[in-house]
Design a protein. Structure first.
Length: 297
């Protein structure tokens, strides 16, 4: 009996020793985990601040007020995403005052958007000198600069159009998923301005094409980025291009601002969100003048 008692005491001492060693090891792991958590929190805070800063820059670079474009009513809205961003747009007059351009970009994130903006700045002088280029040539020029610098799975959709007020003709070229439609006055249907190729990515090898459409008095052009049509509700359902088209068709025939607001209202109503997860851009443009076509020079 004494022998068994002594053996039990030794076993208890061994277990206590093992327990002390385990507690010491756990304390070391807790200390290392605490250090790792502190580093992770610091990294998350840094990335969050970088994203916030990038979003702020993105918002500043996207115009909040557009200059008056003679002969057209224009309404636009840029909504920054809470989690994902990378959209950009501009509407600008050419040196030829009877022409103006529209550029809309939808990127997979701030990195891709920053690349697009840096390329846009880099070739701005070329764009200025080559504003007579057809939209497909301009898109080709942008792709030539962008594609070699794209990494990972980054993507960008682009729409570039030029309207000549001599003929009220829109020439455009588009790649990827920028939703664009022509709404002919008095017609309940919508004409889709189709893209000529996939989004810009590191595998992009499509030759852009230019398309032309004729505009008449009170015709409308509606353009929206992917963040709008890919928005989802709490059930995981996507608003989609059909949701956008229905919002356009069902909107009362009022001004461009009312149509723009109705599109955004219907999207918000579908998703149940007051602010989007991903950047959204909506542009509504209407020919307001009686169309008097001038001869081309």
């Amino acid at each position: 009996m004494a022998k068994e008692t002594e053996s039990l005491k030794l076993r208890i001492q061994e277990l206590e020793s093992d327990l002390a060693a385990t507690e010491k090891e756990l304390a070391r792991h807790r200390h290392e985990l605490g250090k790792a958590n502190a580093s992770l929190e610091k990294l998350i805070a840094q990335v969050t601040e970088e994203i916030r800063f990038a979003s702020l820059i993105q918002k500043m670079l996207s115009p909040t007020e557009l200059r008056n474009i003679s002969g057209f009513d224009v309404s636009s809205k840029y909504l920054p995403g809470d989690r994902f961003g990378g959209d950009y747009f501009d509407i600008f007059e050419h040196e030829d005052k009877l022409k103006f351009g529209i550029v809309v970009a939808s990127s997979s994130g701030y990195t891709m958007s920053s690349l697009f903006l840096s390329v846009l700045i880099k070739i701005s002088s070329q764009m200025e000198a080559r504003k007579g280029l057809e939209p497909d040539k301009m898109l080709e020029l942008l792709a030539k600069e962008l594609v070699p610098n794209i990494t990972n799975a980054d993507k960008a959709s682009l729409f570039y159009g030029v309207i000549d007020r001599r003929t009220y003709e829109l020439s455009y070229s588009s790649v990827g998923r920028v939703e664009a439609y022509l709404q002919v006055y008095g017609d309940s249907g919508l004409q889709s301005l189709e893209a000529c190729g996939p989004s810009l990515s590191k595998e992009f090898n499509t030759k852009p094409l230019s398309m032309k459409i004729q505009l008449n008095s009170r015709d409308r052009i509606i353009i929206a980025t992917e963040g709008l049509v890919s928005a989802q509700n709490s059930d995981g359902q996507t608003w989609s291009g059909e949701g956008l088209r229905n919002a356009i068709r069902l909107a009362p025939r009022q001004g461009v601002h009312e149509l723009r607001n109705e599109i955004l209202h219907q999207s918000e109503r579908f998703t149940g969100r007051t602010s989007p997860l991903r950047d959204q851009i909506v542009i509504v443009m209407e020919v307001k003048d009686k169309v008097i076509k001038l001869a081309k020079n």
